[in-house]
Ligand binder design. Structure first.
Ligand SMILES: [Mg+2]
Length: 135
C-alpha cells in the first residue's frame, strides 16, 4: 500500500485533467498534492520539494505539455541520482500509445491511458509505487 501521507506532484496542461487526477487521489486518501501546468513548472516544484519530510514521493505527469513535455521531464528526473528511483506515472491518450515504448525506455514506472476509471488508476498507482520499494 502507498502511505497516504506522501506528497504527490501532478503535472498536466489541462485543468480538467488535473482536477480529475486530484479527485481520484483524494478518493484514495491522498491530501498533499502539488500541481504544475507543464514539465518546466513541475521540475521547479520538484527542486523546491526535494528534501526533508515534505519532499515529493511520487509523480503523475501528462506527456503533451507546453515548455517541457512529460518525456523531457521524465528524462530530467531519471538523470538525477536523487530522483532515479522516484515513482513516475505517465498520463497518455489512446492515440499516443507509441509513446509508451519511449517512456518505458526512459524509465517510466507506469502509464495510464486517458480517460481512466478509478480502479484502473488505483492499480497503476500501486504498481508504480511497488516497483520502487525494493531497491
Ligand atoms: Mg496535455
Amino acid at each position: 500500500m502507498i502511505p497516504t501521507e506522501i506528497k504527490i506532484l501532478v503535472a498536466d496542461d489541462m485543468p480538467t485533467i488535473r482536477d480529475l487526477v486530484k479527485t481520484q487521489l483524494r478518493a484514495l486518501g491522498f491530501k498533499k498534492i502539488l500541481e504544475a501546468e507543464n514539465g518546466e513548472q513541475a521540475l521547479n516544484l520538484l527542486i523546491q520539494h526535494e528534501d526533508g519530510p515534505d519532499k515529493v514521493k511520487m509523480i503523475i505527469s501528462d506527456w503533451n505539455m507546453p515548455k517541457m513535455s512529460g518525456l523531457e521531464f521524465l528524462k530530467q528526473v531519471r538523470a538525477t541520482e536523487h530522483w532515479a528511483n522516484l515513482p513516475f506515472v505517465l498520463l497518455t491518450s489512446e492515440s499516443e500509445r507509441d509513446q509508451v515504448t519511449e517512456a518505458i525506455l526512459a524509465g517510466v514506472s507506469q502509464y495510464v491511458v486517458k480517460p481512466f476509471a478509478g480502479k484502473a488508476f488505483e492499480e497503476k498507482m500501486k504498481s508504480a509505487w511497488a516497483k520502487h520499494q525494493k531497491k
